[in-house]
Design a protein around this ligand. Structure first.
Ligand SMILES: [Zn+2]
Ligand SMILES: [Zn+2]
Length: 127
């Protein structure tokens, strides 16, 4: 393959932004990857920055969702344990509350995991 800008020169790399073949003179290695000089470098950097920010954001969302699920399950178990300490309407209510929390936490955790697996599949397809 020859350089997109210099048909007489051999290409050494491919721009990750526009996909053109580049020679030594045209190629530019950036912190975000290999790009043409100028515009492509900028767009590659911007894209990388966006991806990184999005990744961080997604990780935060996932982590907090998982934490709140565990919290709900923990609360549920506590309520269930507490309801075992006695009988009566109040304890029945607490038991129901505990079961509700545990179920909610489990379902939320499951949904969280399914979304995570789907995302992993999707990102693999891009690679
Ligand atoms: Zn380019
Ligand atoms: Zn060139």
């Amino acid at each position: 393959m020859k350089c997109y800008n210099h048909p007489e020169k051999d290409g050494v790399a491919i721009c990750q932004a526009c996909g053109r073949v580049l020679c030594h003179e045209c190629v530019r290695e950036t912190d975000a990857g290999i790009a043409c000089r100028g515009e492509c470098t900028e767009s590659l950097r911007a894209e990388k920055k966006l991806q990184t920010e999005l990744g961080f954001h997604l990780q935060n969302v996932k982590r907090s969702a998982r934490l709140s699920s565990f919290f709900s399950i923990g609360m549920g178990i506590l309520f269930i344990l507490f309801s075992n300490m006695g009988f009566g309407l109040v304890y029945n209510f607490v038991l129901l509350l505990g079961i509700g929390f545990t179920l909610y936490g489990s379902v939320a955790l499951l949904v969280n995991m399914i979304i995570f697996l789907k995302q992993q599949k999707r990102s693999k397809r891009y690679i």
